[in-house]
Design a protein around this ligand. Structure first.
Ligand SMILES: Nc1ncnc2c1ncn2[C@@H]1O[C@H](COP(=O)(O)OP(=O)(O)OP(=O)(O)O)[C@@H](O)[C@H]1O
Ligand SMILES: [Mg+2]
Length: 494
């Protein structure tokens, strides 16, 4: 049975992982990471146990059970019928308990999810927890949930273990009633004593498997509760869908256009972007500036369809991006995001990330352009050095340069830089900036920057505030306007 059971569980886990990879980003804003992790591990495990139990119950002694039932029917149909009624009665009682078991079992799994969430957050935030002396705060939070988990789990197990004495009792009850009913038939001469004794002997063979079956039934209820949580992920609707017969796009030819784009993460909570109109010609660099929270990152996140616009549309070469294949669309873009996202792997693999058939000299060239080569070869194993979880063995600026190298290696026609140089010191910023300017030369780029010195040469500068475009034009024009941009520049000049 082991291969069957493990095969089912492997497929389930693979489906879950696949689903998580493809679900839209918005889904994860509403879920706790730890809870999702708990579903993929603990809940799947629970399902495994219940499958194991069912398989055992079904395959254990099927021939004996079926043979016994046929023999019973042959010996005395009326007694068999009577036994059958008794069995149904028992099943209803036991089934009722099973249902409550399912509900509280669901609570147990939810609690476990919360626990894993706290652990996951604690591991990620240890530095801050220590820095703020928040160990006892976190400890209290964990202990409270841990204790709650213990309480509910005990309740569930208590209820499940109650099943055993109960089914024992029911079993004996059934036999007692059967003896009473059967002996009456024997004394009244309807049934021969020998037949009755044989009947009881045969019936005895059914009781043991039946008891096992009820125990399995209880465990199945726990499995069903876990499966329910797993299915909630599997059934989640992916909001970013590719339309059937989506168009393929290999090259970016003319322009990107934002047409009357309105967007909110949660429409009922108001819009983050309002009626944005923007045209970006091929080969041009545009810069987005504006206060924190103005919606700059949101604006660029719409282009690779991390989120879909609510009103209006985004067009590449005149075609709505919703009509393109997602994979093709995203192939056009290289993204350096606001926070450096790296994986626990070697430097080399982090730069190559996701690309195939990459030559080593190309990786080194990309690292050189990103001004990262020197610090990389100074590490212990050079390009083969492991950088730790999320790259925590590197400095902030080093992490950022790796993400830039990653984008450079991908060599995309459209470049999105969200605060790509914010974590660098002035000197390396200047170096990386030069590299980026070089990189942007034959490309279309959208650059977000707080340090205005870095975007002076952009073809168009868009000044945003509260999700709207306030001013637009190049550096000189905007200065002449003496508006918001000029104010920002003045604030930064010293
Ligand atoms: N995933 C999200 N879910 C809900 N609201 C969000 C989400 N991300 C951002 N927001 C909200 O959208 C608004 C714009 O955020 P955005 O990240 O685009 O700002 P920004 O201009 O990039 O700011 P910064 O310069 O600080 O990076 C903010 O008010 C923020 O609260
Ligand atoms: Mg941002």
């Amino acid at each position: 049975m082991a291969p069957v059971r493990n095969g089912i569980i492997r497929d389930l886990r693979r489906q879950l992982f696949d689903k998580i990879l493809h679900l839209h980003l918005g889904y994860f804003s509403e879920e706790r990471k730890g809870d999702l992790m708990s579903r993929i591990t603990a809940d799947v495990q629970e399902v495994e146990w219940s499958i194991l139990n069912v398989l055992e119950a079904i395959f254990r002694e099927p021939l004996i059970v079926i043979g016994s039932l046929i023999t019973m029917l042959f010996l005395s149909p009326s007694l068999t019928f009577f036994v059958f009624i008794l069995m149904i009665f028992t099943a209803i009682v036991i089934g009722g308990i099973g249902r409550t078991l399912r509900k509280s079992s669901h609570q147990v799994q939810e609690k476990l999810g919360t626990l894993v969430s706290i652990i996951e957050e604690t591991l990620g935030g240890l530095r801050i927890i220590k820095g703020f002396n928040a160990e006892s705060y976190q400890d209290k939070k964990f202990n409270k949930e841990n204790n709650e988990y213990r309480r509910i789990l005990t309740k569930v197990l208590w209820r499940r273990d109650l099943a055993s004495p109960l089914s024992e009792f029911m079993g004996i009850g059934v036999v007692a009633v059967l003896l009473w009913y059967g002996s009456r038939q024997v004394f009244s001469g309807e049934l021969q004593a020998a037949t009755f004794l044989t009947f009881i002997y045969v019936f005895y063979n059914v009781i043991q498997p039946a008891k096992q079956f009820t125990r399995a039934l209880y465990n199945v209820q726990k499995g069903v509760a876990a499966m329910f949580r797993v299915e909630k992920i599997l059934d989640a609707k992916n909001n970013i869908q590719e339309i059937p017969n989506a168009l393929s796009i290999q090259h970016f030819e003319h322009e990107i256009e934002y047409r009357n784009v309105t967007f909110g993460y949660k429409p009922e909570e108001g819009n983050v972007l309002e009626d944005i109109n923007l045209r970006i010609q091929k080969g041009k660099a545009i810069a987005l500036v504006g206060a924190s929270g103005a919606g700059k990152s949101t604006l660029v996140d719409l282009l690779p369809r991390f989120y879909d616009v609510q009103l209006g549309g985004i067009f590449i070469d005149g075609v709505n991006i919703k009509h393109y294949k997602l994979h093709d669309l995203r192939s056009l873009m290289g993204i350096v995001s606001q926070e450096a996202i790296l994986f626990n792997d070697t430097i080399y693999n982090n730069i190559v990330f996701g690309l195939e058939n990459v030559k080593e000299e190309d990786v080194i060239r990309a690292a050189k352009i990103a001004n990262a080569h020197d610090f990389i070869i100074a590490t212990e194993n050079g390009y083969q050095t492991n950088i730790g979880d999320r790259g925590n063995k590197l400095s902030g600026g080093q992490r950022q340069r790796l993400t830039i190298a990653r984008a450079i290696l991908k060599n995309p026609p459209i470049l999105i830089l969200d605060e790509a140089t914010s974590a660098l010191d002035s000197e390396s910023e200047k170096l990386v900036q030069e590299a980026l300017l070089e990189l942007m030369k034959n490309r279309t780029s959208i650059v977000i920057a707080h340090r205005l010195s870095t975007i002076q040469h952009a073809d168009e500068i868009i000044v945003m505030r509260d999700g709207k475009i306030l001013e637009r034009g190049n550096h000189r024009e905007l200065l002449k306007k003496e508006g918001e941009y000029q104010k920002l520049v003045e604030l930064q000049a010293f």
